[in-house]
Design a protein around this ligand. Sequence first.
Ligand code: FES
Ligand SMILES: [Fe+2]
Length: 426
Amino acid sequence: MGWDRPYESRFLSVDPAAQRFRVNRRCFADATVFEEEKRKILYRSWLYLCHESEVANRNDFLVREILDKELLVTRDAAGEVNVFYNTCTHRGALLCRSKAGNRKAFGCPYHGWTFSAAGRVLTRNADTGYRADADADGAYSLKRVPRLEKRAGFYFINFDAEAVSLDEFLGDAGERIDILDEHSTGGLEVIGYHEYSISGNYKMMCENSYDGYHLMPTHGSYFTYQKAMLEGLPQRALGGFALSLTNGHATVETDIVSGRPIAQWLPVWGAAAHDLIEAKKLELIERLGEKRAHQLGQTNRLMVIFPNTVMNDQQSIQIRSVLPVGHDKMITRAWLLGPRNEDPELRRVRLEGALSFLGPGGFATPDDIEMLELCQRGYNMGGVEWNDISKGFEAGEETARGTSFWNNELHLRAYWTQYDKMMSAS
Ligand code: FES
Ligand SMILES: [Fe+2]
């Protein structure tokens, strides 16, 4: 159903005839709205947990913070991946205090209970006082997060036991996650990690991650650098589109002019990288066909999985999971991924591209953080009610499944339409 008549809620004000689509700033500035959002959206949506390469081997584990929970992710002796609340089932102590590693068993520091990587009690550090079969029914096993599912090597969790399946939630976005996994026949692996906190609401990071509109004004210094980098190469206009992918997910896909280790060589990378990149391009065409190889190798794809996961494939593959710390504070966690068994020269180019653009000290990220913090200051002062995301809005727009020019704001409207739907539900 398209937008064909005016609509008002606590969060949106939409008037198709006036080409006006606005979001209420309370969504960024009101602590009570944030609490409501946790209940209605964050604890009911599929949230990114980790990539399978982070627990590649039996007994690998990691501890990850998701919303206000600390979770223990393990690959057990049978090869299964598990996700538990990281709390001892005796009297609650935080069980694992390391960030990641490889362990057959987890010992509680308080009274010494131990648990297997599959969550079962192994010992209770006591010769007396317990029946031998006290854990026969698993009552003392580590408690699992209700839902854990995987798409193309990417694990997501959901705290709502009744939630639809991950595949149903992802809808049209699922196929675009599959593309990421096609970079190589050996799959992907995590090759780097960044974490930084920002004084701003987490939803701004999602908006920013696929916002084509801000590029020139915000990232002027990058484009000056890029001009020098592309000196002497044929000039191309940046083509591309925004596409909404059901359930609030959306992607922005554009041509690449900034080079990439699998498909587009730049002279600044040196001659050694040239032949490797050309060979990789041919390998993609042979394996996937022209069309898919072009989509994978020759386009930047910036995707947001509602409500807080960003999956970008540009200078490098980067997954961001934005951790909301409060209505006006977030921590961005960003994992860099590359094809397993990548040639070291291509890996060097990939890491350099990832650091120099999206890294915390790169061309893009400090500029973006500055803008998000300026926005939050604007919201916090109050007095002004609405943000505008009307660019490219037309009466009748099918926001949940539309397509538009890449620097319009269709994808933001898709995000906020889903937000409003979930927040306005009783
Ligand atoms: S709280 Fe863990 S053994 Fe007592
Ligand atoms: Fe940016």
